[in-house]
Write a protein that binds this ligand. Sequence first.
Ligand code: GLN
Length: 251
Amino acid sequence: MKFKLTIAWLYPDLMSTYGDRGNLICLEKRCSWRKIEVEIKNITLETGISELLTADLLFMGGAQDRQQKVAADDFIHHKGPVIKRMINSDIPALFVCAAYQAAGYYYKPYHGKDIPGAGIFDLYTEHPGDQKQRLIGNCASEIVNLSELKGTTLVGFENHGGRTYLGGKMKPLAKVLTGGGNNGEDGFEGGVYRHAIGSYYHGPLLPKNPQLADWLIARALEVKYRKKIKLQPLVSFEEKVAHKKMLKSIT
Ligand code: GLN
């Protein structure tokens, strides 16, 4: 059977700082190496909802506060409600940093008024102002709430001022081994809601943690083709060596 996945890249012209485009490249490669056809659709402020609805997997990257504000109105009032329904139908998604914040109820930035969120994730984010330093640096954590990946490690790079606090409907993705995580206090990084993942890890996240890329691909195939899918294993030798080296150097 020939599989095909359509990946929606949300606001690529606004929310893709810190190399987060690399997550798309990783997903595309790990599909094509398995002969899974991939179509990537750029979903901009101008793109209609019908295009978004064709997606089997959603990705939205990080940004500075300014771009977060520019995307906010369209995300909250047009694309967000559709994305919320898609995620509630188990479509997998990855939201990195500013996207993770924007998917919550609100983000209180360092300057200016609160930026409302799409209310997809049960969380809120607040910048502590001058009280606390930005959370910046190489980081590592261990997955706790994805059953198929429990105990595997994540490495990445974080650069955020906002502190994110999860509500009861959002489980933490991983427990922090080193770095700030969601808020530098509770010892957790990221969040999971159904098949949607939020994370503060740039790097980009997926090439550094190929098991997570495969988890997203497998969920997207299972939801689309309505059957359990066992992905053909990939050697991923370089990825594993790089991951181990990074993990060793920071923990
Ligand atoms: N502007 C947000 C913050 O500083 C997110 C930054 C980012 O996406 N890296 O917390």
